[in-house]
Design a protein around this ligand. Structure first.
Ligand SMILES: *Cc1c(COP(=O)(O)O)cnc(C)c1O
Length: 393
C-alpha cells in the first residue's frame, strides 16, 4: 500500500473501538458522519430510525442511547430526541396534522405550546378547540369527524392542575384520535403510555437534564408506526438533538429517580409550611389534601406530586414583587426542574402587561409565585422563603 502524504493522513486518523471491554458510561459520538465499507449497507441506512448510523440528523449512537433509555422509562415502542422541548412538540404536532384537521387541547398549556397551536390555527388552517381538562365529557362534546389529536399536560403550569389521563385517553379510545401528553412536570412519577396515551413529550431541559446545562426534548411513542411518521418529518424539520446535549440528558437520567423523589418530598414539606403562613392566601400543590385533584394525584402520581408548586400572596402584585426581590438562596428565574430552587412571579415578569382579569383567565393571580423546588435542605429553603414572606407582608 502506498504511504499517503501527511495532509491525507491528517484527515484520516485511526478510530479506536474497544475490544475485550466496553465503556460503562455512554460515549459521546460528537461526529455527524459515519462511513460505510459496503454501498448496500449505506443504502439500507436510509430505511428508518433503527438502521445503521449514517448522518446525525437521522440518528447518532449517543442520541440513540438517550432515546432508548427514555423509551424504557416511559414504557414506549420508540423515542425521538430533539434540540428542545418545543422541538419535540413541534415535530409531533406538525408531523401528525395537516390543514383542515381538528385538535382538542387543554386551555392551561405551556406558553410555547399555546402559541404554536394558535399559529397552526391562524396560518395553517388547523381547527382548534380548547377544553378545561376537568371533565372527559368535554372531549366527547368537542369531537368532530376531522379530530386527529387530543393534547394534554399531566400537571399544568402554574396551577398544578392534574389531568385524569386514563379518563381522557379513554374518551377517544376507538375513534382514531391520538392522545399527546406533555409529561415535563412528572417524568417517572407518571407513565402516560400505561394510561392509554399514544405520544408523550418532554422538555428534557427541565427535570430530565436537571442541572440547568442543556436544552433538550424527547417524544416517546406507543406505536412504532407513529414514531416512524414523526421521525420522517423531524428529519425534514431538522429538530434533532445534539449528541453532547443527549449525553448530558442520558447522564441526568441516572439520578432522575433520586431527584424526583427528593424534590417531591421537599415540595410537599414547603407546600404545608406555606399553607400555614399568614401571608399566603392559597397554595397549589397536588400533594395537599385541599388540592382539587388530590384524590386523582394519589392514583396518577403515587410516588410524589413533583417539584413544582405555586402559592398566592395575600398582598397581591406588590407583595409578589417584594417577595421576588427578597429571596436570596432561592434564585429568580423562569425555568424549572433544576437542582437549584427557582422562583418566578408572573405578574411582575413574564405576564407584567396583563391586568388582573386577563391573568385570572390564564389561571394566574396577581400574587401568584411559582416555586420549582431543588435539592437544597428544606430548612434552608424555608428560612429564606420565610424571611421573604415577612418582607412581603
Ligand atoms: C419548558 C417547557 C416546554 C418547552 O421546553 P423547551 O426545552 O424550553 O423548548 C414545554 N412544556 C413544558 C411543560 C415546559 O415546562
Amino acid at each position: 500500500m502506498t504511504r499517503h502524504h501527511p495532509q491525507t493522513r491528517a484527515v484520516h486518523p485511526s478510530v479506536v473501538a474497544p475490544e475485550g471491554s466496553r465503556p460503562l458510561g455512554v460515549p459521546i459520538y460528537q461526529g455527524h458522519l459515519f462511513a460505510f465499507d459496503d454501498a448496500g449497507d449505506l443504502a439500507a441506512a436510509f430505511d428508518g430510525p433503527d438502521r445503521a448510523f449514517m448522518y446525525s440528523r437521522m440518528s447518532n449512537p449517543t442520541v440513540r442511547s438517550f432515546e432508548l433509555a427514555v423509551t424504557e422509562l416511559e414504557g414506549g415502542a420508540g423515542a425521538l430526541a430533539t434540540a428542545s422541548g418545543m422541538g419535540a412538540i413541534n415535530a409531533v404536532l406538525t408531523a401528525l396534522l395537516r390543514s383542515g384537521d381538528h385538535v382538542i387541547a387543554q386551555s392551561s398549556l405551556y406558553g410555547g405550546t399555546y402559541a404554536l397551536l394558535r399559529d397552526l390555527a391562524d396560518r395553517w388552517g388547523v381547527e382548534l378547540t380548547h377544553i378545561s381538562g376537568d371533565d372527559p365529557a368535554e372531549v366527547r362534546e368537542a369531537l368532530r369527524p376531522n379530530t386527529r389529536l387530543l393534547y394534554l399536560e399531566t400537571v399544568a403550569n402554574p396551577t398544578t392542575h392534574v389531568t385524569d389521563l386514563p379518563a381522557f385517553a379513554g374518551a377517544v379510545r376507538g375513534t382514531g384520535v391520538l392522545t399527546v401528553v406533555d409529561n415535563t412536570f412528572a417524568p417517572l412519577l407518571c407513565r402516560p403510555i400505561e394510561h392509554g396515551v399514544d405520544v408523550v413529550v418532554h422538555s428534557a431541559t427541565k427535570f430530565i437534564g436537571g442541572h440547568g446545562d442543556i436544552l433538550g426534548g424527547v417524544a416517546v411513542f406507543a406505536d412504532p408506526a407513529v414514531h416512524r411518521r414523526v421521525w420522517d418529518h423531524a428529519i425534514e424539520l431538522g429538530s434533532t438533538a445534539d449528541p453532547f446535549a443527549a449525553w448530558l440528558a442520558v447522564r441526568g437520567l441516572a439520578t432522575l429517580p433520586l431527584r424526583m423523589a427528593r424534590q417531591s418530598a421537599t415540595a410537599l414539606d414547603l407546600a404545608r409550611r406555606l399553607a400555614a403562613h399568614p401571608s399566603v392566601a392559597r397554595v397549589h400543590y397536588p400533594g395537599l389534601i385541599d388540592h382539587p385533584q388530590h384524590e386523582l394525584a394519589r392514583h396518577l402520581l403515587p410516588d410524589g406530586s413533583g417539584g413544582v408548586l405555586a402559592f398566592e400572596l395575600a398582598g397581591g402584585r406588590e407583595a409578589g414583587r417584594v417577595f421576588s426581590e427578597a429571596v436570596r438562596l432561592v434564585s429568580l428565574g423562569p425555568s424549572l426542574g433544576n437542582v437549584a430552587t427557582l422562583a418566578m412571579h408572573p405578574a411582575s415578569t413574564s405576564h407584567r402587561q396583563m391586568d388582573a382579569a386577563s391573568l385570572a383567565a390564564a389561571g394566574i393571580g396577581e400574587g401568584t409565585v411559582r416555586l420549582s423546588v431543588g435539592l437544597e435542605h428544606p430548612d434552608d429553603l424555608w428560612a429564606d422563603i420565610e424571611q421573604a414572606l415577612e418582607k412581603a407582608g
